[in-house]
Design a protein around this ligand. Structure first.
Ligand code: CTP
Length: 426
């Protein structure tokens, strides 16, 4: 199957800027390929590249072509690069093609260099194990490589693991499964359901790498269907033995819903950024559970200490007389800290949540769900000529339709990058 990028000038010019690694075969892999095959468009400005050779060396030449530096290099010689293409921030992840084995389930893999073929077989689900070879010169289209039958599974809307030990080896995949189930509306096939059940029963996820678990929680928060994903998490077996008070309950479900609704209020929660969105979710989850279990849960989920400290201090305040530490975040709404606003709202029940929503909506004319930026927002950003505002809004709409921008936050970042680059090149 050949997939054309015609009608996607952004990605056409993007791939023209990617230098090919001399003498090595290189590929686009992962979710970008899945979305192109399934929807004929990518859904986010993130792309995974793989090379049969040194990924860091290739990363350096890609970074040079965009005038940036290579970001973090991992112990497996993978690297990340954040570039700006046409004013849009794009995250590029580059990895060497490899196979991996897990001597200790859930532990660090032992990695060996391989061909793309073997590399695709080590991946989580068949729909994520397809690749587009990067031709040199770039022809404007990609020929699909699909050795494991990902395309057929896309058509069947199935999530299929590629090895029976997949979840035991890398338990974070259990949560990736929930995320893709909700996002794509897919279901696991029989073999995957069985492997999932067995990994759940043997508590695989308790052995998972904590930092990767936390990365996965952050990924879940970024999803549109974040509530159902989180509810699936709460139904996980380990809670029953390990943290019995954290299992799913109606009040907990209501608090997570409240968190979901409230954090869509751009004017209140968005300026506080990701940090508070995550912290408030932890408050919604851990509210009402005993201190010891809260501590264990925060550790189990790999919550970074700064957030864990705020959660502990908010839920179990130190005795008065002792001065509370001030956070560096700007306080909002009458100088009360975000976690206190949130806790007061969820404690106050449905009525106080409703009145909060009404007040904010009336004050700011912000609808409940996220909308695109308006001309007024652009004027606030210091853009004053009207034809330019119209042009920017049209561009934003196109980038939204192409799935390159997916939230007001991303739109704002894009506008700010545009304004900055215009300042440099008047
Ligand atoms: N992958 C894997 N096992 C994991 C994580 C990732 O096999 N535990 C592989 C999959 O092939 C995946 C690719 O690495 O497609 C890239 O991972 P990531 O960028 O985390 O996710 P995407 O599948 O690209 O999904 P998204 O649309 O959320 O970016």
């Amino acid at each position: 199957m050949r997939i054309s990028l015609s009608g996607m000038p952004f990605w056409l010019s993007f791939f023209r800027r990617i230098p090919r690694p001399p003498g090595r075969k290189a590929y686009v892999v992962g979710g970008w390929v899945r979305d192109m095959v399934m929807l004929r468009r990518p859904t986010r400005p993130e792309i995974d590249l793989a090379v049969e050779g040194d990924a860091v060396q290739w990363g350096e030449s890609i970074a040079e072509s965009f005038g940036v530096q290579v970001g973090r290099v991992s112990e497996f010689r993978t690297c990340k690069i954040d570039v700006l293409h046409d004013g849009v921030p794009v995250r590029i992840d580059i990895a060497p093609c490899r196979t991996d084995s897990y001597p200790v389930p859930g532990g660090m893999p032992v990695v060996t260099a391989s061909s793309i073929h073997e590399d695709l077989y080590r991946r989580d689900f068949s729909v994520n194990a397809m690749a587009f070879p990067l031709d040199d010169p770039f022809q404007g289209s990609f020929l699909l490589m699909d050795p494991v039958g990902g395309c057929e599974d896309l058509a069947r809307k199935e999530l299929r693991i590629l090895s029976p030990a997949s979840f035991d080896d890398d338990p974070v995949r259990i949560f990736r499964l929930f995320r893709f189930q909700e996002r794509l509306g897919f279901h696991p096939d029989l073999q995957t359901s069985r492997a999932l059940e067995s990994a759940r029963l043997n508590g695989a996820f308790l052995r998972s790498s904590k930092s990767r678990l936390w990365d996965e929680i952050q990924a879940a928060i970024r999803e549109e269907s974040r509530c159902p994903i989180i509810f699936r998490w709460l139904l996980e077996k380990p809670w029953e033995n390990f943290l019995p008070s954290l299992k799913m309950s109606s009040p907990r479900r209501r608090r997570v819903f409240a968190w979901d609704r409230l954090t869509t209020y751009e004017s209140v929660f968005s300026p506080m950024g990701r940090f508070w969105k995550e912290t408030l979710l932890l408050l919604a989850l851990f509210y009402g559970i005993p201190r010891q279990e809260c501590d264990r849960g925060l550790r189990l989920l790999g919550v970074p200490e700064k957030r864990a400290k705020i959660v502990r201090e908010s839920l179990f305040p130190v005795s008065f007389g002792k001065r509370r530490e001030k956070t560096s975040q700007p306080d909002i709404l009458l100088n009360i800290s975000p976690q206190m606003i949130f806790l007061n709202l969820v404690r106050g029940g449905a009525e106080s949540l409703a009145s909060f929503e009404k007040t904010v909506a009336e004050a700011d004319h912000h609808p409940l769900r996220e909308t695109s930026l308006t001309g007024r927002d652009l004027i606030k950003e210091g853009i004053d000529s009207s034809p330019e505002i119209g042009n920017l809004l049209r561009e934003i709409r196109t980038l939204r339709e192409q799935g390159i921008l997916n939230s007001r936050r991303e739109e704002l970042d894009w506008v700010r990058a545009r304004v900055r680059s215009r300042g440099k090149n008047p």
